[in-house]
Design a protein around this ligand. Structure first.
Ligand SMILES: C[S@@+](CC[C@H](N)C(=O)[O-])C[C@H]1O[C@@H](n2cnc3c(N)ncnc32)[C@H](O)[C@@H]1O
Length: 257
C-alpha cells in the first residue's frame, strides 16, 4: 500500500468536500494579521499562545504539512517569509488562492513531511507543524528533519494526536461505546484486517497512525530539541466526539533547537 499516494488523494478529496482543515481564511483575517493580530491553530480549538512565536518579520518559516489556506497565509501576512510543504496539491492550491487574492508571497512545495532533503541544513527560524503526523508511519524521521532544517535557536511548534484516540474499536466508538481494542503504537495497516483497510481506501478516508508519546515527545528530545511549552486541547462538544467527553486528546508543544 502506497500510504503517501493514497493520503494525497484523500486530502485532495477533503478539499473538494470542504473539510474544516481545508477552508481558506478570508481577506479580513489577512488584513488583521498584517497589523499583527491573528490566531492560528496547531490543535482543534486553542490558539497558539502569542509568546510561543519568535519575531515574525522576515523570519524564514516552514509550514509543514500545513497547507489549506490557513496558517501559511496568516503567517505570511504577519511578516514571515513562508514556505509551505504539503502532500496534497489541492491543499497547496488553497494557499496559492489566498496569496493571489490578498497579495502575499508564499512558496508552495508538494512533498513529504518526512523528507525535507530539498532544503539545506539551518534554512528556517520557525517550523509550524499542525496535527498531521498521524498520516505518516514514521514520526522520528519528521523530528530529525525538522531539527536539521532549523537554525540553532530556531523554534518548532507542533500539534499531534494523543495516541489514546487509537485504542478503541472504531465503529463502536462512533456510537459512544469506548471499547478498548488496539495496542499502541497504532497503524491502520497493521491493526485492521484487509477488508477493513479496503473499506477505508474505498471510502477515500486518509490512512492513520497512532504514535506513542515516547515517539512524539521523546522523539523531539532525541532529535536534539529542548521542550519549552506544552498544552492539551480537545474537539468542541458540538463535534460529538465520545473520547473528548473524558479527556483532552490533542497536544501542542513548543521546542527550541
Ligand atoms: C489536518 S491537515 C493540517 C493542515 C491544516 N491547514 C490545519 O489547519 O491544521 C493535515 C495535512 O497533512 C497533509 N499531509 C498528509 N500526509 C502528508 C505527508 N506525508 N507529507 C506532507 N503533508 C502531508 C495533508 O495533505 C493535510 O494538508
Amino acid at each position: 500500500m502506497d500510504v503517501r499516494s493514497h493520503n494525497r488523494d484523500a486530502w485532495d478529496r477533503n478539499v473538494d468536500e470542504g473539510n474544516r482543515w481545508t477552508q481558506a481564511v478570508n481577506s479580513e483575517v489577512i488584513s488583521k494579521a498584517r497589523h499583527g493580530t491573528f490566531e492560528i491553530l496547531l490543535t482543534p480549538q486553542k490558539p497558539v499562545p502569542m509568546e510561543w512565536f519568535p519575531q515574525l518579520g522576515g523570519m524564514p518559516t516552514l509550514c509543514l504539512a500545513s497547507a489549506g489556506g490557513q496558517q501559511a497565509p496568516i503567517l505570511a501576512a504577519a511578516g514571515a517569509a513562508v514556505t509551505v510543504v504539503d502532500n496534497s496539491p489541492k491543499q497547496l492550491e488553497q494557499d496559492r488562492f489566498v496569496a493571489q487574492r490578498d497579495g502575499l508571497e508564499i512558496n508552495t512545495v508538494e512533498g513529504d513531511m518526512a523528507d525535507l532533503s530539498r532544503f539545506p541544513d539551518n534554512t528556517f527560524g520557525l517550523v509550524f507543524h499542525p496535527c498531521s503526523n498521524c498520516y505518516v508511519p514514521d514520526v522520528i524521521a519528521v523530528w530529525q528533519e525538522c531539527h536539521r532544517v532549523l537554525r540553532p535557536g530556531g523554534v518548532l511548534l507542533t500539534g499531534f494526536v494523543n495516541p489514546v484516540r487509537y485504542l478503541f474499536d472504531d465503529e463502536r466508538k462512533e456510537n459512544g461505546n469506548l471499547q478498548l481494542r488496539y495496542r499502541l503504537p497504532y497503524s491502520d495497516l497493521e491493526h485492521l484486517d484487509d477488508s477493513h483497510v479496503q473499506k477505508i481506501v474505498n471510502s477515500g478516508r486518509a490512512l492513520e497512525f497512532g504514535h506513542t508519546l515516547q515517539d512524539q515527545i521523546g522523539g523531539q528530545l532525541n532529535a536534539g530539541f529542548m521542550l519549552t511549552g506544552l498544552f492539551e486541547d480537545e474537539y468542541k462538544e458540538s463535534d460529538d466526539d465520545p473520547v473528548s467527553r473524558y479527556m483532552s486528546t490533542f497536544i501542542a508543544t513548543r521546542a527550541v533547537r
